[in-house]
Write a protein that binds this ligand. Structure first.
Ligand code: NAG
Ligand code: NAG
Length: 211
């Protein structure tokens, strides 16, 4: 993919990582109140990041805060792609804890470029560009079986092009499960870039369960 070597605007971050959760594994590991548990990847968060240091809890002006989302169209669009799995639907919509937490912990690291509405809008747009489940299925990787990490990574790279970040969970010894997939993009989300941190799956073994 091509690079704009001299981008005129340079933000306070170097890349964006869209982190998508596989709900079956997340809910198995941490517990969820949301029903039904979605059978597709959902957004965990959009993380502005730097290559040499992880960005989160960035210093932002005190007036930067989460603004409760009330527009029904936005709420529906968000809930469809970014359900707050820990909570049931109504509690989630009322408190918006997950959205708030992601925005305050990560979104604010990109606040010079993306104010709150732009942040959520961008996360949804990126999500819609990558059908991770369809991509895995196309490469013979289906929920319910165990696969080689390399095969999972190779399948994801057909859409991410660059190195993704694969995050796993090990609840019991010998049982490593794919929990999240991060795809990294340039600050304007025009093209993909290699994720600076390849994720925890690589250090947990090469046999990965896709629950
Ligand atoms: C992140 O990267 C940007 C651009 O290189 C830089 O301006 C900023 O200071 C970095 N932030 C941290 C916390 O290192
Ligand atoms: C899963 O979500 C993607 C968008 O991220 C969508 O394109 C795809 O159709 C969905 N798959 C199913 C089986 O719902």
């Amino acid at each position: 993919m091509f690079l704009f070597a001299l981008s005129p605007i340079y933000g306070d971050f170097e890349l964006l990582e869209l982190v998508s959760t596989w709900p079956a594994t997340f809910c198995y590991a941490y517990g969820c109140s949301r029903r039904p548990i979605p059978k597709n990847f959902t957004i965990h968060g959009l993380w502005p990041d730097n290559r040499s240091t992880i960005l989160y809890d960035c210093d932002v002006p005190p007036e930067v805060d989460y603004v409760q989302i009330e527009d029904h169209k936005i709420l529906n669009a968000l809930d469809k792609r970014w359900p707050q799995l820990r909570y049931d639907y109504w509690y989630g919509i009322d408190k918006q804890y997950q959205w708030k937490n992601e925005f305050l912990k990560h979104g604010t690291c990109g606040i010079n470029r993306y104010k709150q509405p732009a942040y959520f809008d961008l996360a949804m747009k990126i999500k819609d560009k990558f059908d991770l489940l369809g991509t895995l299925r196309k490469h013979g990787i289906n929920p319910g079986s165990t696969y080689e990490l390399n095969d999972i990574e190779r399948a994801i790279k057909t859409v991410s092009i660059e190195v993704p970040s694969l995050k796993c969970i090990r609840k019991q010894p010998g049982n490593v499960e794919l929990n999240e997939i991060g795809i990294c993009l340039d600050p304007e989300a025009k093209y993909t870039v290699p994720c600076p941190r390849i994720g925890s799956c690589h250090e947990m073994g090469h046999k990965i369960k896709f629950r």
